[in-house]
Design a protein. Sequence first.
Lengths: 352, 534
Amino acid sequence: MDIPDGEKGFFTRTLRDFGMARSIIVCFLAFLLIQAFFLGLPMDQLLSSMLTRFGMNGILALAMIPTIQAGMGPNFALPLGIVCGLLGGTMAIEAGLRGWPSFLLALSLAVLLGGVAGWLYALLLNRIKGQEMTVGTYCGFSVVSLMCIFWTLAPYSEPEMIWAYGGTGLRNTISLAGWYEKILDNLWRVEVHGVVIPTGTLLCFLLACILMKAFLRSKTGIAMTAVGSNPRFAHAIGLRIDRYRTVASILSNALAAAGMLVYAQSFGFLQLYQAPLFMAFFAVASVLIGGASMNRITVANVLIGNFLFQSVLVVSMPVANLVFSDNMSEILRIVISNGIILYALTRKEARA
Amino acid sequence: MTGKTVLEMRGITKDYSGNRVLKNVSFAVEEGEIHSLIGENGAGKSTLMNILFGMPVIHESGGFKGEVILDGRAVSISTPKEAMNLGIGMVHQEFVLLPGFNVLENVKLNRESTKPNPISRIFWGFGKTGKKLETLDYPTMKRDVRAALSSLSTSIDEMTPVRDLPVGHMQFVEIARELDKSKVRLLVLDEPTAVLTESEAETLLAAMRGLAAKGIAILFISHRLGEVASVSEHVTVMRDGEVAGRLTRGELDAGSMAEMMVGRRLAASERPARREAAADVILKVENLSVRMPGENVSDVSLEVRRGEILGIAGLAGQGKLGIANGVMGLYPAQGSVRKDGRPVPLNDAASAMAARMALVSEDRRGLGLLLDQSVEDNVTVRAMQAQGGFLRSFMGFSFADSAAIRAHTKKMIEALDIRCTGPAQRVRRLSGGNQQKVCIAGALTLSPDLLFVSEPTRGIDIGARELVLELLRRLNFERGVTVVVTSSELAELRSTCDRIVVVYRGQVQGIVPWDVSNVELGLLMAGEKKKEAA
């Protein structure tokens, strides 16, 4: 999209300001909602799911901001932070706590582990500048596989987490019922005309957005942005480039870890083993739909993108299942997320 | 010399987006002569050669006016390949060689002689496939390459890998490649001696004379006036996109060429009044060496006096830009730098700024600006990160003080007359001159007492140039900031500076007052003369 300033009509200008990809997705979402309505799907349930998914995926998408701003591209190594979240989550259960104490302990452990993982990951990234996206993708894949071994061997003993037949090794899916299931969703939960608003989760996401916004205007945040938009400029004004890349990596992975727990409490389960494998792609795709590029992103991009991407998934699932066949939604999800990443990678701005 | 004209370029005029870079340039090259083209950087030599070779940059920017006449016929050359087919060969300043390939392969690459073999015969009917599968005909190729090399009177072994050759010989390989292309009538050598030592250059010049004697016309571009005087039949001097003069053998001496090149003697009235600089030294640089690609500095010592405007002049690639970059810690440097008598650690941009020095970089877009960020961010980010300015503390964290940033930027926009829609406009959308002012504003926000400004008017249209220079003079006069201007534009150094340091081959060739004669300045820049004075 290369439309110069001050040319073309109102429509073209609006399209440019809003972005081609976003416009298409908005039209698609509107189309899906109309279809859903005429197919007689329960609209209140759809809206509830849209809100819930918006809240539960928000922080994972927000984790893209630090690395993109620091010039390392979207954090494709998101599974690294995510497994830290899972570790925190399982360790809190293992500790025998329930409810808020359990969730808060999980959250603190997750952020701590995520930060350490981010720091280690930064040591790697600072040696391979320019290839962060490829290396990150494989780093994410590797860590998921490595953790598969961990989940089977780790000495957890809580009966609700290990396989039903005993021994060692965690289950594929651990139910959080009785631990901290929907602990944020149900905080100040409101129901309006059958639409459930998960106030706690939404507030938690919004608070994270506000903190992120504040961070971006802090001295460190501004330095990080300078490093990302022009490393040579940053060097010339005496900034230590590797330091700010490390900060970005730590922040991103700590956010991913916390984001995973927010996701899990709303979902009701901790999914181990292969589950985190592709989660980075969905987060990347959602911020890209929101108008971020490989080197520029704002909190608004995250909010818009996360809403559009999750909503399309929520609405397309029942619509596609009715119109086409089962499993269509999963295919759609992969097509959309990978398609939008491909689109963003080929855009001119991404290569600049 | 037969007196037959091989190439004539007639009335060449070229604009780059309204900026006239060539004005009605004409010259002719005869068969078997060495014709030299000289001029300062930016005089229009490269644009002229780009036109001759039909480089895409010319067509993309709207073509040119005038005629190119080859062997008496007007030709239109729209691609480098066409130029090659017309018998024009070009040897670039930088080597275009594959180091791991041997001499023969470098010369013959993609023009190999081949002979059929059984497999290629099978594929005979499949268009070019058959030809592509033929066996390389080494004996023929060896013969060709030997012939090309011997016409240069060198005895390089054609099977040696290029990486094992001395630099001087690499240049021969480049020329041999051009000669080997059938029927080369005209050979353009763009500063071929720039990377050579004196004795290597001597050999090359001898080879050029030999080629000319065989009837090949040579267009020689060089900054080394001594070489030009020794080999040329004719010399065309360019200045500011125009032909400033033509000289023939007999009237060639370095002095007159230098004067023509530099031209425009500035009248005393054009130069604004300057106040006297104090006697004390604000910056003392000793034995500074800087590793900056293409602008290496080796062993420079100089003193900057408090309150003066010092100019650093020199041709491209001689290292004048490396000095400021080295002192400011942007490129690896060695030596000693003392500011106000206190040593400044090198290779550390933060301590250079802490010593109240600031740099407006020559690489404005690459190193001087955050193009996708706002004017206010660009103006204040240096001071914020280096000195902790424009910050507000909140719960132990430092946040940007938006109100202070906005107020300061507005003041700067007004003071420097930056034309923008407001402090929040993205810098990418500003014109070159206004971007430069944003850079200067950013440097000034550090409140330095020593400001380095490199190529202050590069890429800025003519109208805005004087404004930028005036701004520097005013800073110096009103705020007492000591300024070090590095520039390729002698006129602007003369109109702005008190003293001019001439850098040649990474060293100080001479330090002269601003009103030194053009001849002397030209000779110093060309490395023909050494002077330690002023």
